[in-house]
Every structure is written in C-alpha cells, then in structure tokens.
Design a protein around this ligand. Structure first.
Ligand code: NAD
Length: 497
C-alpha cells in the first residue's frame, strides 16, 4: 500500500504517529493509499524548518522572489497533465475539470510573479516641514494554510502562492482525503528553485490543525472548508492572537428571470449544478425561476439536458462528471435527498439508485432534481455538496433578491436575465459576496479576490489578489526628518501639520 508522509525541509518524510487515514479510489471504492496523520511534535519540526527558511527569504529582494515564482509557474505548466491525473485519481472529478483546478492555481502563482510591484509601500514626500512618511509591507513570518478536499491544487496555491511571494514561509495542511497533489506541488516548488523549508506540507487531522493553531510561531491561518470548522478555526486563531481568514460552506442560487435566454441558462446551470458532482463551493445547487411559467419553461429544457448527462469514471474523457469523494459523502448526499423528499420536495429526477456498470462499488450518484423546495426545509438551509439541484420557485424579483440574501450562506449567486437594469439592481442589493450576471460560476480572476459573506467566510480579508498581499503582510509606517542646526524646544502638544 502506498504510504504518504509529509514534505518537510525539502524532503518527503515518513509519518511517525502510527496513525493514518485511508485514501480511496472513488471510481472503484478501493483503498489506494494511506496518509500519515501528524502529531504536534511533527508540526513543530515543520514550523522550525519554515522559520529557518523564512529568516533568509524575508530579506531576499522582491525580484528574486518573483523569479522563483516565475520558474515555478513554468514548471507547473509542464506538469499539468501529471497533476491533473493525480488529482482526478483521488478526488474523482474528471481530468478536464482537474486541469481547470490546476490552472486556477497557476493563475494565482502568475499574479504572485508581480509581487515587486504589488508589495510596494506608500511614500509621501514633505508630509510636514522636511518630514517624509513611508510605509512598507512586511511579511508575517510562518503562516499556515488548511485546505479542503474539493480543490486540492487551486486552494493551496491561493494560500502558499501569496504567502511565499510576500516573504513568508507556509505550512499547508491538506485534506486527508486527497493530499497527493499538495505534496507534489511542494516537491515541484523545490525543483523550481524554491528554498527548502519555505513550503512544508504536514498531513493530518484535527490534531495537526490544533497544533498549528496553538503554535506561537504560526502568525496567520488561512482556512477553506465547511462552515462549522471554519468558525472553529477562526475562533481558535483569534484566541491565540493570530490573523485569520476562514472560508466556509455555500448554497449558491441561480436566479432565472422571465426574460432570460433559457437555452443558455439551462446549459450554464447544468454545468454549474452537476459539474464536479456538485462538490464546488461555487456550484449552483439552487435554481430560482421567477414569475409565472418560468419554472415550467426551465423544466422543459432541463429534463432532456439531465437525461443527456454522462456520469463516468474520473478518467473517462467523455464523462460530464465522476464519483463523489468517499462512501461516507455519498451516503450523506443520498440521505439529504431522502430528507428533502420527507420534507415535501418533489423528486423530479432521482439519482440515488445510480450504479455505473463495472464500477458498482464506486461512489457514484446520478443527477438529481428536486422541485418545490422551500425556505424552512433543512435541505434548503444546509449545503448538500452533491449532484443535486433544488428548484425554489419565486413570484417576484423582490423574492428572488430576498432568498439568497436571507440564506445563512453568502458565497456566490448568479442571475440570468437580458435586462441590464434588473441585473444591476440585483448585484447591488443581494447580500452575497460574489455575483455572476449571466455567469454561472463567478469565481473572480486571480487579480481580483475571492470571498463570500455571512457563514461562507469568517474574517475580513479575501483570498488572493491585492487582498492576499494585505493578508500576508503587516504595515510599518516610518515618519522621518533630518534636521540641521539647533534643536527645537520640546513640544508638549501632539504634532500637527
Ligand atoms: P472540511 O471542513 O471537512 O475540511 C477542511 C479542512 O479542515 C481539512 O483540512 C480537514 O482536515 C480539516 N478539519 C476537518 N475537521 C476538523 C476539525 N474538527 N478540526 C480542525 N480541522 C478539521 O471540508 P471538506 O469536506 O474538505 O471541504 C468541503 C467544504 O469546503 C464544503 O463545505 C465547501 O463549501 C467548502 N469550501 C468552501 C470554499 C470557499 O472558498 N468558501 C471553497 C472550497 C470548499
């Protein structure tokens, strides 16, 4: 059985705890590897190595840091196929989708190549009599990134890409369900010329996370995962005096206005609801047809589209989506469908009994469509994170604004309409962090920033872009003058200019 340890100080090292977690092949249901679960002592070793590397790196000039990021970006492009296949084999998403996962990670590394410009401070010449003021953005030191299973390439890159470019060292604690890609990303960083110890990967579970949260030398924690854990990590980080950004779960709504181009909306929602088996925090698991007859027109086109979906193994080039990540997750999604029906939702397409011939033990779920879902149902309130689309019918535009605004999550939302005025008003008023207008998955590009509202994100600063630069740096402001001649008398009032 393949054993996955940790990546510390530029080396793959075996785990010492004796505790491991199984990694499955989601296509077959078989265990394909085991990953070590670190002890606090192993976390300490990773932090020590990161501290040593960071002391030198923080004094490495920004062009040199950028050059390492640039070499790394080139190397990631070269390894795209290998990374995408490795990712699909553990996660279950189809290889084309895994390439997208890697590419969105590379985008952040590419943004990080511009760090000499983006980490510049500010300067005011002559802020007072012969007084100049300048500020600089200093790295924090050693930071940690705790990542979820569903984007094992992109999300670690959001964190270590920005952290390292700004002069920090980073320890990634990946999901124990699919840690191989983060491990490989760290190996490639060293191959690209990245100093050893600057990017360490410690595998583990709550024990490793707690050790990182409690370690005095870990200065900031970036987390992405489910909301309860995000909130826990955020509170613990605050308790131990650390900066934290903790992204949580989601329940994104796709609003279909009566004037929407229905053919396009159906195509967009099909991909956004069922792509990656619905295991995306920016998926569209809720559709809100607005006005009389809109739901019927949507169903008329959506049903044959669902019929045409191909569920297959993660390495089937013709599959639209693959299995979910684990048997436990499959069971949870299926029980959410049971609950939805018990709560009064109408099951229009039922994916619970789906099996893929030759892969009967794989973690496959067929596409599911539930109609007449209503606020107040637990399966509307909770995230399902599977290939399940829920229809919540709305009578008016006001109701369509209110539904996502009142929901506990506020990650993403999309509106499909041909009316610019309605779209503009919707984007302005909706209480959600990322809005798509005729764009189903509005994940912002790497030079903007990513972050939801409400229980989708705890903390104030978004991931990547200039927000990433701010998260991983602290500002120091210097006020200086170089007086000549006699010294002045003491001033007992606060200086004003
Ligand atoms: P998860 O919360 O189970 O795990 C995330 C990380 O937390 C993993 O590294 C895991 O090992 C660790 N963890 C789990 N239990 C812990 C505990 N009790 N104490 C400390 N650490 C613990 O999430 P997941 O199932 O890997 O990922 C799916 C979730 O992530 C979904 O809710 C999804 O919406 C969310 N997500 C959010 C975003 C976003 O940006 N908002 C992006 C991707 C995924």
């Amino acid at each position: 059985m393949r054993q996955i340890g940790h990546f510390i100080d530029g080396e793959n090292v075996a785990g010492k705890s004796g505790r491991t977690a199984d990694i499955f092949n989601p296509n077959t249901g078989q265990v394909q590897a085991q990953v070590a679960l670190a002890t606090p002592a192993e976390v300490d070793v990773a932090v020590d190595s990161a501290e040593d590397a960071q002391r030198i790196w923080m004094n490495t000039n920004p062009q040199k840091r950028a050059r390492v990021m640039f070499e790394y970006k080139q190397l990631l492009h070269k390894h795209m196929d290998e990374l995408a296949e490795l990712l699909s084999a553990e996660h279950g998403k189809v290889v084309a989708d895994s390439r997208g996962d890697v590419m969105r990670g590379i985008d952040v590394i590419e943004f990080a190549c511009g760090i000499p410009h983006n980490q510049k401070g500010e300067h005011t010449y002559g802020a007072g009599p012969e007084i100049d003021v300048y500020s600089m953005r200093k790295p924090l030191g050693v930071v940690a990134g705790i990542t979820p299973f569903n984007f094992p390439a992109m999300i670690p890159c959001w964190m270590f890409g920005m952290a390292i470019a700004t002069g920090n060292a980073c320890i990634i604690k990946p999901s124990e369900k699919d840690p191989s890609v983060p491990m490989r990303l760290a190996e490639l960083f060293v191959e690209a010329g990245g100093p050893k110890g600057l990017l360490n990967v410690v595998n583990g579970d709550k024990e490793a996370v707690d050790a990182l949260l409690q370690h005095p030398e870990v200065k900031a924690v970036s987390f992405v995962g489910s909301s309860d854990i995000a909130h826990y990590v955020f509170s613990e980080a605050a308790k131990y005096g650390k900066r934290a950004q903790c992204m949580g779960g989601a329940k994104n709504h796709g609003i279909i206005m009566p004037d929407a181009n229905m053919d396009q909306a159906v195509k967009d929602i099909l991909g956004a609801a069922y792509g990656s088996a619905g295991e995306r925090c920016m998926a569209l698991p809720v559709v809100v047809p607005v006005g009389e007859g809109t739901a019927e027109r949507f169903l008329e086109k959506m049903l044959p589209a669902i019929e045409g979906l191909r569920v297959g193994t993660s390495n089937d080039p013709d599959a639209d989506y693959g299995p979910v990540v684990t048997a436990a997750h499959k069971k949870r999604v299926e029980s959410m469908i049971d609950t939805a029906i018990a709560e009064g939702a109408e099951v229009v397409v039922d994916g619970r009994d789906f099996t893929l011939q030759g892969y009967e033990d794989g973690f496959f779920i067929g596409p599911t469509l539930l109609d007449h879902v209503k606020p107040g149902m637990t399966t509307y309130h909770e995230e399902i994170f599977g290939p399940v689309l829920q229809i919540v019918r709305a009578d008016t535009f006001e109701e369509a604004v209110r539904l996502p605004s009142d929901h506990q999550y506020g990650n993403g939302v999309a509106i499909f309409t041909q009316n610019g005025r309605a779209a503009r008003e919707f984007a302005d008023r909706v209480e959600v962090g990322m809005v798509g207008i005729n764009v189903p998955i509005p994940v912002p590009v790497s030079y903007h920033s990513f972050g939801g509202w409400k229980r989708s994100a705890f903390g104030d600063i978004n991931q990547y872009g200039m927000e990433g630069v701010r998260f991983y740096t602290k500002t120091k402001t210097v006020t200086q003058r170089w007086p000549e001649g006699e010294t002045e008398d003491s001033a007992f009032i606060i200086p004003t200019f």
